[in-house]
Ligand binder design. Structure first.
Ligand SMILES: Cc1cc2nc3c(=O)[nH]c(=O)nc-3n(C[C@H](O)[C@H](O)[C@H](O)COP(=O)(O)OP(=O)(O)OC[C@H]3O[C@@H](n4cnc5c(N)ncnc54)[C@H](O)[C@@H]3O)c2cc1C
Length: 448
């Protein structure tokens, strides 16, 4: 099918953000065209999903398709940090739907195809190469996207508004020079996949890979010694393999590699050094060719929309992957962007007001993510009012969960400031503590 020359809304990128936005707009009856550079199924990092994502897939009607795939439910998380082993389940915070470990190539493909089923026009293998947005001579906002297909066909498509959901590529924010790397989060991440790894369940016991359907896994996060309070590893058990990764500050990683080591060698060495992780991986086999790396992925655009364009998902901002909020933040912004784009098409005279609302909503979410991730959260010396407001709007269970996860990593000393009072009184089991994990005691970690 050839790419049309105009549409109501163009979406750049068919990751979870672009697909959710496109599905929602198509369900509202908009002519929406998605231009996706790659082809699904395609590689993507970020396999741990918190249960909030169900709210968004419910809204676009994709729940049955996700359920039918049979992804692995996870129980919660266990974190080894600062000589403590702590964990939580989501059920203890009032979530009635499960968190999941998903193979992102399949998960993203399901959502992308669902957008097509809803009526969005999908064009894979088509990279947007330039975006021209603004206000024409008659005062009407527009966006003109230039693209190039993998067969070398070039063209343009025009729409009243474009949603940039191009992820880390940040097509528009880079082009406009409004993408700012967060100076507090300058990291390198390296990861790969293994078979035959053991994994942890919420009781702190290690299980064999084939037991995943009997004993649900948790996401296991462990601090990495040389990175102090700032770097960590993840262990995410999937249906038939395990995703393992490291997140290390750039200034630490610069000197961490041994002479002659490649980044892949460094990654494999570290996975055998981090206590508990190394025990889980004792009999595991690395899957060659799965090694990936990314640096400086924490960025925020200085504005989230302008005449003719809206930024959503990672293309608008991404902070830090420790609490698995990336996909959920992407989906949240996708629905907010869909609302804004639909309103911009219907009532262009209210453009300024619509953009203001969108910017405010997204800023609140991004600031909350920052407040969870930063050891000491301040914007210009103050706790942001937008973040406070966004946290206060959350239900009590979510506030308690935010409080608990920040306790795991000593990443947040300012929780009381955020919620404007004393920390929540926790119920039994909301914050679990362990003496041993996978048979490894705290002393072994402390001595490491
Ligand atoms: C190390 C690391 C670990 C993470 N772990 C987690 C986790 O456990 N859980 C979690 O929820 N999140 C995690 N994240 C974050 C998560 O990966 C992202 O937040 C999420 O994928 C964002 O979705 P998106 O749709 O905005 O972008 P993406 O998923 O990146 O999709 C963007 C799409 O745009 C396409 N595209 C790019 N350029 C163009 C172009 N010029 N033209 C057309 N199409 C284009 C790409 O091909 C891609 O398909 C992690 C991130 C990192 C860096």
């Amino acid at each position: 099918m050839s790419i049309p020359t105009s549409a109501d809304v163009v979406v750049i990128g068919g990751g979870p953000t672009g697909s959710v936005a496109a599905a929602d707009l198509a369900r509202k009856g908009r002519h929406v065209v998605v231009l996706e550079k790659g082809h699904h199924p395609r590689d993507q990092v970020g396999e741990s999903l918190i249960p909030d994502f169900w709210r968004f897939v419910d809204i676009i009607g994709a729940t049955d398709k996700i359920l039918a795939e049979g992804f692995l439910n996870k129980n919660g998380a266990i974190v080894s940090w600062n000589k403590t082993f702590r964990g939580h389940t989501f059920g203890d915070f009032g979530f009635d739907k499960p968190a999941m470990h998903v193979e992102r190539d399949r998960f993203d493909q399901i959502l992308f195809e669902h957008a097509g089923d809803c009526g969005a026009e999908l064009h894979s293998g088509t990279a947007v190469t330039n975006v021209e947005s603004g206000v024409d001579e008659s005062g009407v906002e527009y966006s003109r996207m230039s693209y190039r297909t993998e067969d070398g066909v070039e063209g343009t498509i025009t729409a009243p508004v474009v949603i940039d959901a191009s992820g880390q590529a940040g097509v528009i924010s880079r082009q406009l020079g409004i993408r700012v790397i967060n100076p507090e989060f300058r990291y390198l991440s390296v990861w790969g996949h293994f078979t035959g790894s053991r994994y942890l369940s919420i009781d702190g016991e290690a299980h064999e890979a084939h037991e995943v359907w009997e004993h649900r896994p948790v996401t296991f996060v462990s601090a990495v010694k040389e990175a102090g309070d700032a770097g960590w590893s993840w262990h995410i058990q999937l249906r038939e393999k395990t995703s393992v990764g490291l997140v290390i500050p750039l200034e630490v990683v610069k000197v961490a590699r041994k002479e002659g080591e490649t980044w892949e060698d460094y990654f494999l060495r570290k996975t055998r050094e981090v206590p508990v992780l190394r025990e889980l991986l004792e009999n595991a086999e690395y899957i060659p060719g799965t090694f990936r790396t990314i640096r400086d992925y924490s960025s925020t655009a200085t504005q989230f929309s302008g005449p003719g364009y809206i930024l959503a998902g990672d293309a608008a901002g991404f902070i830090d992957p420790i609490f698995s909020v990336g996909v959920v933040l992407g989906m949240y912004s996708a629905l907010a962007a869909s609302w804004a784009a639909d309103r911009l098409v219907a009532t262009p005279d209210k453009a300024e007001h619509i953009r203001k609302m969108y910017n405010h909503q997204l800023k609140g979410r991004i600031e909350v993510a920052r407040s969870l991730a930063l050891p000491r959260y301040r914007v210009d010396g103050e706790v942001s009012e937008t973040a406070k407001e966004a946290v206060r709007f959350e239900r009590t269970g979510v506030q308690e969960l935010m409080y608990v996860v920040t306790q795991f990593t000593t990443r947040n000393e300012n929780w009381a400031d955020m919620i404007g009072g004393t920390p929540p009184e926790l119920k039994e089991n909301q914050l679990r503590e362990y003496e041993t994990l996978a048979g490894i005691g705290l002393e072994a970690v402390a001595a490491n």
